[in-house]
Design a protein around this ligand. Structure first.
Ligand code: SF4
Ligand code: SF4
Length: 217
């Protein structure tokens, strides 16, 4: 196979116009207000109907997975949960913000209006590994998010910390107003999780009656 020679424009062909003024033109930006803001110390008002973090009414959600099917980023995982000892009869969506593009297709397709979105857009952490739990959550009720927004008025993520116990699979949301939401994750997918297998019964020990003793003799 014949190799084509790579074509590179010679430096001599690049026209450089020397200018005395251009290097000094950047000085004007020293006197302009920065366009960036200092998160988390400053905030900007989101546009009306800004598509921020999700909200979910757990009672309205029927577990149809329309949201999971339409999600172009595959950010939704249907999750079986247990609240106060009651196992939910349908799974609910869990959103992975490492993948979500905030397109809100999931909200548009939700037939019951269970899934919604808030105007909240701030999510900053201290960079600890446990903070990663905040980026993968089953959203909470819109009324609670509204209440927190009215109290803090800063568009931050409504939960400060999420603790997930890998052994017991218990999840605790520590909300910004000091309250908590607790539930248990039983499994993922559309089918209900299988109940944990019971430990195998020990084989019954053979009782040695008087007849067995006679045989021995
Ligand atoms: S949030 Fe809506 S679309 Fe998603 S499973 Fe629940 S009811 Fe279905
Ligand atoms: S907003 Fe878009 S990307 Fe994010 S979970 Fe919904 S459908 Fe998926």
């Amino acid at each position: 196979m014949m190799k084509m020679p790579a074509r590179v424009v010679g430096e001599e062909k690049v026209k450089l116009k020397k200018s005395f003024i251009k290097p000094w033109m950047g000085i004007k930006y020293l006197f302009k207000k920065p366009v960036t803001i200092k998160i988390p110390y400053e905030k900007i008002e989101p546009a009306p109907k800004y598509r921020g973090f999700h909200t979910l009414d757990w009672k309205k959600c029927v577990g149809c997975n329309f949201c999971g099917q339409i999600c172009p980023a595959r950010a939704i995982e249907m999750t079986w949960i247990e609240v106060n000892g009651h196992i939910a009869t349908r799974p609910h969506p869990k959103v992975d913000y490492g993948r979500c593009t905030f397109c809100q297709f999931c909200v548009d397709v939700c037939p019951t209006g269970a899934l919604g979105f808030s105007e909240n857009y701030y999510l900053t952490t201290g960079g600890l590994e446990e903070d990663l739990e905040l980026y993968d959550w089953v959203p909470i009720h819109p009324d609670k998010v509204r209440e927190l927004n009215e109290k803090f008025n800063d568009y931050r993520f409504p939960v400060e910390r999420i603790k997930f116990n890998k052994e017991t699979r218990e999840v605790t949301y520590y909300l910004r107003d000091g309250s908590t939401i607790q539930f248990k994750i039983l499994g993922y997918g559309l089918r209900p999780p299988k109940p944990p297998a019971k430990p195998a019964a020990k084989p019954a020990e053979k009782k040695e009656g008087p007849k067995a003793e006679e045989k021995k003799e």
